[in-house]
Design a protein around this ligand. Structure first.
Ligand code: FES
Length: 340
């Protein structure tokens, strides 16, 4: 079951290669859903049912790129040869393909009261921040007290996708960092340069998020002024198949390397709440009864470091098991707030 279940059909209008590894898809929603295309807030994402076979789809969430206004949705997908299969399936699509999507939703919203904002994007994490940069630049243009700047990080110059659009919006308030060219991101210095009321919006892999959270806390900044989103797919280990046992349901399931645990549970008819499907909202948290072999590869940004270390819960949408013949025992039905 999903919190946002309103779906519609879209047509892939245009496919554009932005770099050797990033492809942009322009999606035109059918009929009445066009209204949603005009309404999405910066930072919103689109749930896409990605076809991987005649009857099988993978549920994936992709950030909407840019501000609404021309009746289409734009997403950009990084090709991940060792990923769980969603990006490879997206890259097999051709113009004219038809897809089922869930209408835009957002867990990553701009605070319209902010007077100073730093946007920090790494890799494909730039996608939700494009619309934010455009919105903030427009706001700064009419408000003398508004400060906005952005740092965009990628492995190479050619992987700095959307830097042209960002440069147009931000001018010299955009700084790019190509790590493969010997340039480095100094997170502590970026944070130190901010005023006391500044907000930081970050999107990138979980490893970057952990560094930023640590630096933000070490600088004594309020947690509420740090807002983030991650890809939810960048674990400590490559995705591999594992086994999950559900004693409450009398089930033992194989989770293939190209499937999330959540997808496997849903295919087996096990009801799990879910919304963001990116390891952010925490709705899909399930209880761990035992780890029979292997280790949990937490890939979310919802659980705290302590919760991860204790290992009694995991986010089914992104986290998985690693190790030889890995097997975990779960209780999918536990919900503290549902038993109150
Ligand atoms: S569905 Fe949001 S964290 Fe899993």
């Amino acid at each position: 079951m999903k919190a946002s279940d309103q779906t519609c059909t879209v047509t892939v209008d245009r496919i554009t290669d932005l770099s050797p590894t990033v492809r942009e898809f322009t999606l035109r929603p059918d009929g009445g859903a066009v209204a949603h295309a005009h309404a999405h807030a910066p930072g919103s994402h689109l749930g896409v049912e990605v076809p991987v076979g005649e009857r099988r789809t993978l549920s994936r969430c992709y950030s909407l790129v840019g501000l609404p206004g021309d009746g289409v949705w734009r997403i950009a997908v990084k090709h991940l040869p060792d990923g769980r299969g969603g990006s490879r399936a997206m890259w097999r699509l051709e113009e004219g393909a038809r897809l089922q999507v869930r209408v835009p939703a957002s867990h990553f919203e701009l605070d319209h009261r902010a007077t100073e904002v730093l946007l920090l994007a790494a890799g494909i994490g730039v996608t939700p921040l494009v619309g934010m940069a455009q919105a903030l630049a427009a706001r700064a243009a009419v408000r003398g007290d508004m400060k906005v700047r952005m740092v965009q990080v990628a492995r190479s110059e050619e992987e700095l996708v959307f830097s042209d659009v960002l440069s147009e919006a931000l001018g010299d308030r955009l700084r790019t960092v190509a790590t493969g060219a010997g340039q480095a991101l100094d997170i502590e210095a970026e944070i130190a340069a901010l005023g006391p009321q500044a907000q930081l919006y970050v999107c990138g892999p979980a490893t970057l998020m952990a560094r930023v959270r640590g630096a933000w806390a070490a600088a004594g900044r309020p947690a509420v002024q740090l807002r983030f989103e991650t890809f939810g797919t960048s674990g400590a280990h490559a995705a591999q198949a594992f086994t999950v046992k559900l004693p409450r349901h009398g089930l033992t399931l194989d989770v293939p390397a190209d499937s999330t645990l959540l997808d496997a549970l849903e295919r087996a008819g096990v009801e799990v709440l879910a919304d963001c499907r990116r390891g952010e909202c925490g709705l899909c948290v399930v209880d761990v009864l035992a780890v029979e072999s292997g280790t949990i590869d937490h890939r979310d940004v919802f659980l705290s470091a302590t919760q991860r270390a204790v290992g009694q819960q995991l986010c089914a949408c992104v986290s998985r098991m690693s190790g030889r013949a890995a097997c975990i025992v779960l209780d999918s039905s536990y919900r503290p707030d549902a038993t109150a």
